[in-house]
Every structure is written in structure tokens, then in C-alpha cells.
Write a protein that binds this ligand. Sequence first.
Ligand SMILES: Nc1ncnc2c1ncn2[C@@H]1O[C@H](COP(=O)(O)OP(=O)(O)OP(=O)(O)O)[C@@H](O)[C@H]1O
Ligand code: SF4
Ligand SMILES: [Mg+2]
Length: 383
Amino acid sequence: MLSGTWLNAVGMTADEVLRVERLRAYYTSKRGLVRAVEDVSFSVNKGQCVALFGESGAGKTSVALAILGLFDRAARYYASVSGDEENKQLWRLRDEAKAKGLTSREMGLELPGVEGHIWFEGRDLLSLDETELRRIRGNRITYVPQGTRKSMNPYLTVEQQTAEPMRVHDEDGTLTRDEAMRRVLEALRLVELNEVDIRRLQKPPDLSVGEDQRVLIAMALVTRPSLLIADEPATAVDVGVRSRIIEALEIARSEMGLAMLLISNDQGIVADLADQVAVMSAGRIMEFGTAERVLLSPGHPFTRAFLMSNPSMEILRRIREKGLRIRGIPGSPPDPVSPPQGCPFHPRCQFADDLCGREVPEYRQVEEGHWVFCHKYEELPEW
Ligand SMILES: Nc1ncnc2c1ncn2[C@@H]1O[C@H](COP(=O)(O)OP(=O)(O)OP(=O)(O)O)[C@@H](O)[C@H]1O
Ligand code: SF4
Ligand SMILES: [Mg+2]
């Protein structure tokens, strides 16, 4: 099993920067618990880029929020503003479970919030308190969020914005102005912002689309993190801007040797940046393997359907060769409040049978390092 293999290993390997084990993350809502992330395991090595690739609502950002220790805050928001007593009670029980060191299962309840393990630099982030997490977040682990402009302060110059994460994390006040400036310029040059000496004095409204994204990437690099999470880093931008953003991320990874978790539903970006790909749907990893195998020889029916619904040039060529038609995935993604029994893809899968509707599949290793979450892998037609 995918999770089993990683779970059985004791401790992190020397190269592993992040290891996520059996992660589960549930929100509360008016309709009940939203099962956004279900039994997700993967790891990211130093200098490696792993992509969480999948459809909208698959739970990709929720995984990022869990790693950053921000999931509960986002998830509690609804319960706190809605005045929904039942949900408030669920969060109280979650706090009680945490204080006692118990899981939902040990409490005999289904509770909102995050469970599992998130190992980073030898510690389980889920066991840390907010003060400890604050030292890591925005410092050792940085985040380039989905949606750019609203993450910037329109009144600060590029230089001030970029220096901000260093300032916030300079707890003992040892960072000198010269050192801060040196690192700001280094980060802005790394993301290839043109005419840095002039641009550093400008404010976000003076930046073009794409430049603002690169400044956000510089902000995520300036503390010299060991893990950078980039959430949909180049969506809704034109081709030129997109390639410059991808280049900036690629340079950052190779020059700084950082581990990168890329979140995207764009196979072009994933193909350009990722070494390994975890395909996500309905809160689960459907397939995991090298970018080349997963994108060119996908084993899972969901991956195949997802790639076909928005094909790259390579996939287009294959579709034509085989006389197939481009089509979207039929039906809608499952409702995370009441997910289907068995394989979460079964209501939309053309190969589903009774077993698929009854039992959750296990991960099968179909070749070295390539895992597929499907009961019927052996019976599927060749891709
Ligand atoms: N604050 C919240 N409260 C309740 N449900 C939420 C909340 N935020 C997200 N969800 C739900 O959790 C599920 C996973 O959402 P998430 O944002 O992680 O998906 P995603 O894969 O990042 O999607 P996208 O590609 O659209 O960004 C979705 O069903 C979403 O509607
Ligand atoms: S387990 Fe069954 S329903 Fe799920 S992807 Fe495989 S064939 Fe389709
Ligand atoms: Mg998202």
C-alpha cells in the first residue's frame, strides 16, 4: 500500500524534508462535516518538486493549509460566525480530544480538524503549538498562495514587502539592515525581476500581472526556507508571464536546493516543474508516480479522464492516434459531505463494478515508485 510503505518506515530518511502520513482534514458546514482530505500520504525530498494535481475541490489547498497549520483556523471560521451550535460543539470536542491526545476514532466520534502526521525537519507539525508553528510558517516553510494581489500590502514597496518575512522572524533582532537588503536583492534577482534597483521602490499597483507573482515568490524565498508550497502559481496569466513564473520557481529550486510542493490543476505547469505527481480527487490521492509516468502513461481511470478533459499536445496526439474524442469527465465530483461508499470515483468511472461501489481500493504498486488506487488496474485497457 502507498500509505503502508511510508508509514512502516521509522523516522524520516536523510533526504526527506516533508513527510505527510495518513492526513485527514475535515471542515464543518451547515450540511455537516466536509471531508476535504482523506488518508493522504506522500513525501518531498530536498531539491525535489512534488505536485498535487487534480480537479477543483479535490482538497489540494486543504493539504497545504494543514501543513502550514492554518487549516483549523480556516475551518473554524464558519462555525464561529454562523452561530451553528452543533458545529461549535464539534470543535469543542476536537479541543478536548487534542488536550487528551486522542484521535476521533479513539473518542468514538467523527470530528472536524486535522489528524495524521506531518513530519518536517524531524518534528510532527501536528504536535506543535501555535508559537512553535509561527516560527516555522513563513520562515522554514513558505507559501505562495492562490490569488496574488490580495496577499500583498498595497502601501508597502516591493523592497519592504520582500523584507517583511525576515523582519517578522528575526526574533532576537540580529538581522542588520545591510544583511536584510542583501537578501532582498538576492531574492528579487533570483526571480528575475527586471531593473531591481528601480522596481524595488515601487508598490504593488505599479507591478504587472506576473511581476506581482514573482515578488510573492521572492518573499517566499527570502528567509531561505527548506520547503516552498506554491498554490496554483501561474493560473489565469498569459503564456509569456506563465513561463517566467515557472522559470523563477525552477531557478529557486535548483539554486537553493529547496523542496517544493506544487499545487495545480494545470498539467503544463506540472509537467514543467514536478518530479513526482500525486493525482488528487475527492480528498484522496488516486495515483502517485514520476511526472513522466503519471502524465504520459497514467494508470488510474480518474487520471486518464482528467488528462483527456484538458489534453496537452502529447495527450492530443495520442487521442488522435487512437481515434478517441476529447471529452470532459461525466457527472460532477462527489459531494464531500456525503462521499460515495467504496471508490470515490465509481459514480463517474466507466469501468466500475459492484466491488468498486462497495470497498475502498488499496494502493497497488504497478511498477517501481508508481502507485495506483484502483481495484481493477489489471483489467483496464492499455493507455
Ligand atoms: N472553509 C471551508 N469550509 C467548508 N468547506 C470548505 C472550506 N474550504 C474549502 N472547503 C471545501 O473543501 C473541499 C476541498 O477544497 P480545496 O480548496 O482544498 O480544494 P482544491 O483542490 O484546492 O480546489 P481548487 O482547485 O478549486 O483550488 C471542497 O469541497 C471545498 O468546497
Ligand atoms: S476502483 Fe473501480 S471505480 Fe475506482 S477507478 Fe478503479 S475501476 Fe474505477
Ligand atoms: Mg485550491
